[in-house]
Design a protein around this ligand. Structure first.
Ligand code: GLV
Ligand code: MN
Ligand code: MN
Length: 427
């Protein structure tokens, strides 16, 4: 994605708060134990056991630091100082859940760094106009329940049809949400009132190669890609793989394969930037049975909402053609829409200045990954900070960022938060 270098003439300063680097890295390592898998990464899908355990662990860390922790009806973990200012919140955080066989940094890093920043600010006992608050959003990834951005959408009041949320085995979300400390009956209460958030800051690994290639430790995010996620259900006719002649079949698996290729072709033909079928569930999923039904996801991404809309129209047309050709039915239902957003120009300046004052070179970078920040943009100005990802790898166990860069990102978050909270404005 396009990005441009930011030159800074800001003087490096020695005053101001710094994170406790070893503590931040220790917290990150401890969190990685929850859902640690045999591939060296983390499998911590939202609303699973490991996700709930990680949340409980973080509550313990927050309370040990004298902070107040609460889980809202959507399962979001919110941590505050016990003595608060009356001003709006400077909300900082990211998500605790991961993809299956993901890395230990995606989401978790931004949560742990936000906790660290809050801990440092709480310990300074200086007058603040904005109240620093940490949030760990629930189910950003949508690895089990496909409603990605569940927590941030609940917090901004944008969650549509929460009662319809089911996982791939049709398990309703109510039970797992309850185990995570939430409550589906009170989900509307998770929404924060208008004006209660002064700004939202999210620190995250880049998940792409730009910063590493440029040798720059800090990225100031300019924009976040838009994303539409569909669930498709192909219905054919289950039958015997040996006795059913080819001209009598309504094979849901072969039809799903055509849908997979049609989705890929949307991006290859330039209709949108990227398009992916990442999950496919055939039934009954047995070698000698023609599949009667297949559920699959289709995900489209682009930075231009008009192109995203046009790609959706093209996808629907392709799916209709495939259904007619194969004698099957295909339902295509949107499960999540996140529009492309630009970050706040003032917060970009605050972040770049914080980096420069810390002596950390920084540059602008666009995000091809989705983030809770793009949902938060409807409620408050948003800013995002990136640190380099080794080899640009993410959503894989090999996800890695050096310790020094992780601590540097934490320092930039803290310094930006410190400035914003003291001033109570974006300057
Ligand atoms: C978020 O993890 C994404 O899929 O971009
Ligand atoms: Mn992710
Ligand atoms: Mn993430």
């Amino acid at each position: 994605m396009s990005s441009s270098a930011t030159k800074s003439r800001t003087r490096v300063v020695t005053d101001g708060p710094r994170v406790d680097g070893p503590r931040l890295l220790r917290d990150l390592a401890e969190l990685a134990r929850f859902g640690a898998d045999d591939r060296g990464g983390v499998s911590r899908p939202g609303f699973g056991r490991a996700d709930a355990d990680a949340r409980r662990h973080l509550i313990g860390r927050a309370e040990a630091a004298g902070l107040a922790a609460a889980v809202d009806p959507a399962g979001n973990l919110v941590v505050r100082r016990r003595r608060r200012t009356a001003g709006p919140a400077l909300l900082m955080g990211s998500h605790l859940d991961s993809v299956v066989h993901g890395g230990r940094l995606d989401g978790a890093y931004g949560v742990v760094a936000a906790l660290e920043a809050l801990r440092v600010l709480a310990g300074r006992d200086e007058p603040l106009s904005w109240e620093p608050v940490m949030v760990a959003f629930t189910n950003e990834e949508g690895a089990r329940f496909p409603q990605a951005f569940w927590g941030s959408m609940a917090l901004t009041g944008e969650l549509r049809d929460p009662r319809r949320a089911v996982d791939r085995d049709d398990v309703p979300i109510a039970g797992p949400l309850r185990e995570a400390g939430g409550d589906l009956d009170r989900i509307a209460d998770a929404a924060w009132p208008d004006g209660s958030i002064g700004a939202f800051l999210e620190l995250h690994i880049e998940q792409g190669p730009v910063l590493e290639r440029a040798g720059v430790p800090i990225g100031v995010v300019t924009s976040i890609v838009g994303r539409t996620l569909f669930e498709a259900r192909v219905r054919g006719r289950q039958g015997h793989a040996g006795t059913t002649p080819m001209d009598m079949r309504r094979d849901a698996m072969a039809t799903a394969a055509r849908v997979v290729l049609a989705v890929e072709e949307l991006a290859r033909s330039g209709a949108c930037r990227v398009a992916t079928v990442g999950a496919l569930n055939p039934e009954p999923n047995v070698p000698n049975v023609i599949a009667g039904q297949v559920r699959l996801t289709a995900e489209l991404r682009d930075t231009d909402p008009a192109r995203l809309g046009a790609a959706e129209v093209a996808l629907r047309a392709a799916v209709d053609r495939i259904a007619t050709l194969t004698g099957t039915t295909i339902e295509l239902a949107p499960v999540m829409r996140a529009t492309p957003v630009a970050t706040d120009a003032g917060l970009r300046r605050v972040i770049a200045r914080a980096g420069s004052e810390l002596g950390l070179p920084n540059r602008t970078v666009a995000s091809g990954a989705g983030h809770d920040a793009q949902i938060m943009a409807s409620a408050a100005p948003i800013g995002m900070i990136f640190v380099p990802s080794a080899g640009g790898v993410s959503h894989a166990p090999e996800e890695h960022t050096g310790d020094r860069e992780l601590v540097a990102g934490g320092d930039v978050l803290l310094r930006a938060a410190w400035e914003l909270c003291r001033l109570g404005a974006i300057a």
